[in-house]
Design a protein around this ligand. Structure first.
Ligand code: SF4
Length: 150
């Protein structure tokens, strides 16, 4: 599993300070993709358990959520990282372009974003979007949290 960058983000998961890892190898190739550098599998740096554990330690007490932008195509590896994050007390989120995410992965997520990027429909902050931001355990759709005046 390779990643291009790691950022602290405030808006992708409402109410949470998230450490966001962008994972390489997305096969969806959406038209107008914001990050085409993620299409190639071995771009960026290899993610290792040692590095990831260090990241969890570094941000513990500051960040509250670990967010993966993609990576569901590395199911076992992703689940391992989600387990490590949960063990350290983090909430977890996956942003995917897929419509459906395997239950094995969902079992380790607090939130999931599904749906590919379709520019005519817009993103999570627009009612017309095809994308869904869901609280996994309750299966509640939470897109309204992204609307400007919610
Ligand atoms: S799912 Fe995301 S990263 Fe993948 S092609 Fe679509 S917009 Fe780009």
């Amino acid at each position: 599993m390779y990643y291009t960058n790691i950022q602290v983000v405030l808006q992708e998961v409402p109410g949470e300070i998230s450490i966001c890892l962008s994972i390489c190898g997305c096969k969806l190739h959406c038209k107008g993709c914001h990050s085409p550098m993620l299409w190639k599998e071995k771009h960026g740096k290899k993610l290792t358990s040692e590095f990831f554990k260090g990241l969890l330690k570094k941000y513990k007490g500051f960040a509250s959520c670990i967010l993966f932008m993609g990576g569901e195509w590395h199911e076992t590896e992703l689940i391992n990282y989600l387990c490590l994050a949960k063990t350290e007390g983090y909430k977890t989120c996956l942003y995917s372009g897929e419509q459906h995410i395997n239950k094995k992965i969902l079992n380790h997520l607090t939130w999931v974003k599904t749906g590919r990027w379709i520019s005519e429909l817009g993103g999570l902050d627009i009612a017309s979007t095809n994308q869904k931001f869901i609280h996994v355990q309750s299966n509640k759709l939470l897109n309204h949290l992204f609307f400007k005046n919610h």
